[in-house]
Design a protein around this ligand. Structure first.
Ligand code: UTP
Length: 294
């Protein structure tokens, strides 16, 4: 089995839901406390074993490239002041992995962005992580790592899924699958349905921004015609791939925070703040105090 060494992180979208901030700041650079969303996503890929990462960006998003580069002048200033914690923190992004960038010129959807990774990926399975979404499983395991393990056990592409409330089903790609005997939380996919009405949905398991894909997906993406809003949907290509070879879904027990939405962004800050030893206590008592006034 080929090890999973590569990850692709699409981060080219306009981020309109967070305007006006995203007029000049890419949504992936917005901080969760003090760390940009994109760094948390890169760290998840690295924890899962990836050494090479391609981030797909677009015009106006060069802050991402700068962030994963060295900052010699700032490093010198911090060094002189003896601020070693900050020095380490600003060096870390450039040390995480071999990170490269490619630009999507026209925002023609997630599928179009992923297709730009074809050359980078070559003939290997790869992780695909959306650059504006943070996913945490309750037991602390990296979701990307769970996908790597599921791939190792089944030798097929794996999509992370999570249960969603009935009223939200029509917002997501929903999977139709059957449990794999002997494997908890793993389903063999029959098909995927993009944004079905709740009464037509085969399950309440929604695709949740982490995928482990095989390179055949590029052939299907190249053939996929633009759908809604002129965008190339990755779900369409995945559905084709699932017809040709075994594909799996892995249910996640945890939380997904779409930091590209206003509420998701606030929730991610609160949740990750509560997990940090340097602020957990104070933040928790603030929340309790606040809850009494609501
Ligand atoms: P979203 O639809 O959440 O991102 O795409 P968006 O288009 O930036 O969001 P809004 O609606 O304008 O606020 C999911 C992921 O796909 C990437 C986004 O960057 C995000 O990581 N994406 C989307 C691209 O890379 N290119 C695209 O053309 C569209």
């Amino acid at each position: 089995m080929k090890p999973i060494r590569k990850a692709v992180i699409p981060a080219a979208g306009f981020g309109t839901r967070l305007l006006p901030a995203t007029k000049t700041v890419p949504k992936e650079m917005l901080p969760i406390i003090d760390t940009p969303v994109i760094q948390l996503v890169v760290e998840e890929a690295v924890e899962a074993g990836c050494e090479e990462i391609l981030i797909i960006v677009s015009r106006g998003k060069s802050a991402l490239e700068d962030y994963f580069d060295r900052a010699f002048e700032l490093e010198a200033v911090l060094q002189n002041k003896g601020k070693t914690d900050f020095l380490e923190a600003i060096r870390r992004p450039a040390q995480l992995a071999k990170i490269t960038f490619i630009r999507q010129q026209e925002m023609r959807g997630l599928g179009d962005a992923v297709l730009l990774a074809r050359e980078f990926v070559g003939d290997e399975p790869f992780l695909l992580l959306l650059g504006d979404t943070i996913v945490r499983s309750d037991d602390g395991q990296s979701v990307a790592r769970l996908l790597v393990d599921t791939y190792a056990a089944n030798q097929g592409a794996v999509i992370a899924v999570e249960p969603v409330a009935r009223e939200f089903i029509s917002r997501y790609g929903i999977v139709d699958g059957a449990p794999v005997p002997g494997q908890t939380d793993v389903f063999r996919l029959n098909t995927l349905i993009e944004k079905p009405e709740p009464e037509e949905a085969p399950s309440n398991l929604a695709v949740c921004s982490r995928y482990l894909l095989t390179p055949d997906v590029f052939d299907y993406l190249a053939e996929t015609k633009p759908g809604k809003n002129g965008e190339i949907q990755i779900t369409d290509a995945l559905r084709q791939s699932a017809l040709a070879r075994p594909m799996f879904a892995r249910q996640i027990h945890g939380h997904r925070y779409d930091a590209g939405s206003k509420l998701g962004y606030v929730k991610a800050n609160v949740l990750l703040g509560l997990q940090r030893p340097d602020m957990r206590e104070q933040l928790a008592s603030f929340i309790k105090e606040l809850a009494q006034t609501l």
